[in-house]
Design a protein around this ligand. Structure first.
Ligand code: FE2
Length: 551
């Protein structure tokens, strides 16, 4: 019976999580409070910055004080770092990262006066990623893979979890890193490394793997659970890209080649791990596990019957994992949460007070789900802000932009609202009971949007806005047991249109973190061509906003 705070701060995506008696009661990313995407730059000098707003939120949400904390987990162990803190100018100041990580307890004392610094424990980065996966996966025992860019000295971990204990079976040390190679490709194509990798994945589907043989030589498994990633001269394959959203053949072919080889390598690693463990189920975490195309191939072609991916697979998830790892060491059994909605929420009264303070016109319809569906059925775009925010980079019906899937131009409309590249797909959310009618080839249920599915024959014409260029869609299935309000909204839309599907993308505008405060929702609504904002039980309409009617 322990109260454990988990912190991620070392690279980027700073985040905090609180685990009480094995239950993850709160988790949030700092970017949602600070409004700076990814929280901070992943340079050694920023390592000292802790997720101060996120950790305060976690403690307040649970009503936990500093004195109640049995342990604090920090998801990086400087004792494992390749460059010690005494070598501050070597290797691009990497020693500074080690030094700041060593001092994390002291930095925490400045934020949480009275915290017992002796209770702050360093948890190895990939052990924390692993715990975020096995601790939240709905499996009693499983194999686990951490697919990352880098930790202290490694980039990959594979193991097995039995009786809530991780046994590590393989590690891959730097400089070999699938994640870092993919980041290099992202930068070469002109996009932001360690941030825009999902754009490269989307681009890959426009290309052909024309350089696959070369990448089979450059990225290869070693037969012992590890792999080699040779240095890549990216310019030998294609010139540096501009990151301007253009689809040109040499760049999409390069993206396709690396993406395809990544998938092959992951399948080989999964095969090795299955042979070693004989486990039925696989849990995944690490930034590369956000690659839903690769996840789908592991699911469809790999040896495991079931695959579960931590929705916060990136570094933010290590806050949860560090806490779960220590909670398990203290004797608690991690309890998988029903959904990743572990972030802040506002009461109806709080939302109403903010709306009144902003002096905006709003209504309180009999059923917000039905009112939103009515706007959607009339081809309006709805900003949907409901309940606790999702922990992880995907909007899953709590901080979402919604639209009608039947009109192909809605992809362009949403990408315009968000000011982003037109090659970026948007995803369908679908009532669970109707998912198999429309989609195939991926796991169903698929509640966290971490796999792609093929759109069934006859459905591509009905829901063209959500069908990617390769005939797939990144599906979120909505279970009425865990998401009753979203499911009801989908049902009300289906009653009007015959479609159990709505377009879903995250509620934010270009380059900004997801909206996570009613005031941010109002700013987003006012500054983008969104037709209605459904926030708590209240509905704001664009027309009324600017005529002052319907107050
Ligand atoms: Fe990581």
């Amino acid at each position: 019976m322990a109260v454990v705070l988990g912190l991620n701060a070392v690279f980027h995506d700073p985040a905090a999580a609180l685990v009480v008696d094995g239950v993850t009661v709160a988790a949030a990313e700092e970017e949602r409070f600070s409004r700076r995407k990814h929280g901070k730059s992943p340079v050694p000098f920023s390592t000292w910055e802790l997720p101060e707003h996120a950790l305060r939120y976690c403690l307040d949400a649970a009503g936990v004080g500093v004195d109640d904390l049995d342990a604090v987990g920090y998801s990086y162990d400087p004792a494992l770092a390749t460059v010690p803190s005494t070598r501050l100018q070597d290797d691009a100041w990497e020693g500074m990262r080690t030094l700041y990580a060593e001092r994390a307890a002291r930095f925490l004392e400045t934020l949480l006066p009275g915290v017992d610094a002796t209770r702050v424990r360093h948890v190895p980065h990939h052990v924390a990623h692993a715990a975020s996966a096995w601790g939240h996966a709905p499996f009693d025992s499983c194999a686990v893979m951490v697919l990352d860019g880098r930790g202290e000295r490694g980039s990959y971990l594979a193991g097995v979890v039995r009786d809530h204990r991780l046994e590590v079976l393989a590690r891959q040390d730097l400089p070999h890193s699938l994640g870092l190679r993919y980041e290099e490709l992202t930068a070469h194509l002109g996009y932001r490394r360690s941030s825009d990798e999902y754009k490269v994945m989307a681009m890959a589907s426009y290309g052909r793997p024309t350089h696959l043989e070369a990448f089979r030589r450059l990225l290869r498994t070693t037969g012992d659970g590890g792999f080699v990633t040779e240095p890549v001269d990216w310019s030998a394959f294609a010139p540096v890209g501009h990151g301007d959203g253009a689809i040109d053949q040499e760049h999409v072919d390069l993206a396709s080649s690396v993406q395809t080889r990544l998938e092959e390598v992951l399948l080989e690693l999964a095969g090795w791990l299955h042979d070693r463990t004989g486990e039925r189920c696989l849990a995944l975490a690490g930034g590369v596990a956000l690659n839903c195309v690769a996840n789908s191939r592991i699911y469809a072609e790999g040896p495991f019957e079931d695959v579960w991916v931590q929705p916060a697979a990136g570094d933010a998830g290590t806050a949860v994992g560090a806490a779960l790892h220590l909670a398990a060491e203290l004797g608690d059994t991690p309890v998988p949460p029903p959904t990743p909605a572990l972030g802040p929420e506002w009461s109806d009264a709080e939302i109403e007070s903010i709306l009144r303070a902003a002096a905006v016109p709003f209504e309180r319809p009999a059923d917000i789900a039905d009112a939103a569906a009515e706007v959607l059925a009339a081809d309006g775009i709805v900003a949907w802000f409901q309940g606790r925010s999702e922990f992880g980079p995907r909007a899953l019906g709590h901080r979402s932009l919604l639209a009608h899937p039947g009109h192909p131009r809605n992809l362009e409309r949403l990408n315009d609202v968000k000011g982003r590249e037109q090659f970026r797909p948007v995803a369908p959310m679908v009532q669970l009971e109707a998912a198999k009618d429309a989609f195939e080839g991926g796991p169903i249920p698929s509640p966290n949007m971490l796999f792609t599915h093929r759109v069934r024959n006859g459905w591509a014409e009905r829901i063209p806005a959500v069908v990617h260029v390769d005939g797939t869609a990144r599906v979120q299935t909505v279970d009425p047991a865990t998401e009753p309000l979203v499911h009801r909204m989908l049902g009300a839309f289906r009653a009007r249109t015959g479609l159990p599907v709505v377009v879903n993308t995250s509620l934010n505008t270009a380059g900004r973190p997801m909206v996570d405060h009613p005031r941010d929702a109002l700013e987003c609504f006012a500054s983008a061509p969104i037709d209605a904002l459904a926030i708590g039980p209240f509905l704001l309409r664009r027309g009324a906003m600017f005529t002052g009617a319907a107050r």
